[in-house]
Design a protein around this ligand. Structure first.
Ligand code: PLP
Length: 394
């Protein structure tokens, strides 16, 4: 049996595997060190009570024939789609254009099926690695990674690209933690339209935006429904990284160059490769969008934003430029050189090397605020102690 050749195109040192190796080597050297992870973006806090109650109620219903349900609609529970349309899109998007899924990452992979291996791809560099890896596995060969750096406001110079079919754009961004402005997204939509390209807009962190002037969805930009698909997620908003619940939006106005409906094909893909999100997870999603659930979601996202604010306070005295942290719980710090090993050995703190997200991430470290407050405070103490020691040294 022949292996899919595209596997050979994937970066062998996939980011987290590489980190694991380095950490294992450190632990073998210093087995008593208490490491604090400010690395991967997994959540640490439990599911808030009224949302958990929604999950439990569904489990109870499943235990009785009268309230039991099996397969649901492959597009997802209508009540949940209606709530998402209202809560996240002010009903500018209809429930029929929303597809409930087992998470944004899974949708990103499946979306590739709509466009096939010949499409030309544009990504931000640095980027969430899944856009690149799913493109490589699909067999796409024309992939441009455009630098998104402090100098260009983390917004690539799209104008330089002549031909493109698919643009991946993530805002608020993982890894930089920076959210695009309305003006930037207007530019993105106008670029996509000028090249007859489709934007895949990842808004998994939109629930962390607090500045009302920043767009939470690509559909806040006029005309985006004709050129953009959005993927989003409950993972980071309500502690559902393990429960698994996300959604995609494929507007009916989005058409291929031959005039056929992208929405219809997406319906087909979801019916073929997916059989509906877990009904338990969907009940949790409905609970999260009740007034009580929304308040809890706000409390949980505020908690992680406060974590990242504390981290920023401890990193600032080091004197390096710090980005992000206000619209997503990630800090992107420009050390100008690789400092992963130093943070590991000196502070016993795990970070994520920026280079793992693309060549433009070289010299940066990503700090995640998704840990527990206890760990964040301990990390800040270690950093501050070291900085005051360094300062008194001078
Ligand atoms: N999109 C971005 C930008 C992410 O950072 C992540 C997770 O870290 C995901 C998607 C994955 O979301 P989900 O848990 O819904 O698959």
């Amino acid at each position: 049996m022949r292996r899919n050749d595209n596997f050979a195109r994937l970066n062998k040192n996939y980011l987290f595997t590489e980190i694991e190796k380095r950490v294992a080597a450190f632990k073998a050297k210093e087995p008593s060190a208490k490491l604090i992870s400010l690395s991967v973006g997994d959540t640490s806090q439990s599911i808030p009570p009224s949302i958990a109650k929604g999950l439990v109620q569904k489990i109870t219903d499943l235990q009785v024939n009268e309230t039991y349900s099996g397969y649901g609609p492959s597009q997802g529970d209508r009540a949940l789609r209606e709530k998402i349309a209202e809560a996240f899109y002010e009903n500018k998007i209809s429930a029929d254009e929303i597809f409930i899924s087992d998470g944004a990452k899974c949708d990103i992979g499946r979306l590739q099926l709509l466009f096939g291996e010949k499409s030309k791809i544009v990504l931000q560099n640095p980027t969430y690695p899944v856009y690149l890896d799913s493109s490589l596995l699909m067999g796409q060969t024309e992939i441009s990674a455009l630098p998104a750096l402090p100098d260009n406001g983390f917004f690539p110079e799209f104008g330089k690209v002549k031909e493109v079919d698919l643009i991946y754009f993530c805002s608020p961004n993982n890894p930089t933690g920076v959210a695009a402005t309305k003006e930037q997204l207007k530019e993105l939509v106008s670029f996509a339209k000028s090249r007859c390209a489709v934007i895949i807009f990842d808004s998994a962190y939109a629930g962390f935006i607090r500045d009302p002037s920043l767009p939470r969805s690509i559909y806040e930009i006029e005309g985006a429904e004709e050129c953009a698909i959005e993927v989003s997620s409950f993972s980071k908003l309500i502690g559902f990284t393990g429960v698994r619940l996300g959604w995609s939006v494929v507007p009916k106005a989005l058409k291929y160059e031959n005039g056929l409906s992208v929405h219809d094909d997406w319906q087909r893909v979801m019916a073929t490769f997916f059989n509906g999100a877990s009904n338990i997870a969907q009940a949790g999603g409905v609970a999260a969008l009740t007034p009580e659930g929304v308040e809890e979601m706000r409390g949980l996202t505020d908690y992680y934003l406060e974590n990242v604010r504390l981290l920023r306070g401890a990193l600032q005295p080091m004197g390096y430029p710090i980005y992000g942290g206000e619209a997503a719980p990630y800090l992107w710090v420009d050390f100008g050189e690789e400092r992963f090993q130093e943070f590991l050995e000196r502070y016993h703190i795990l970070t994520t090397p920026g280079s793992g997200f693309g060549s433009a991430g070289k010299g940066f470290l990503r700090f995640s605020g998704f840990g527990s407050r206890e760990d964040i405070l301990e990390a800040t103490r270690r950093l501050k102690r070291e900085v005051s020691y360094q300062n008194s040294d001078r």
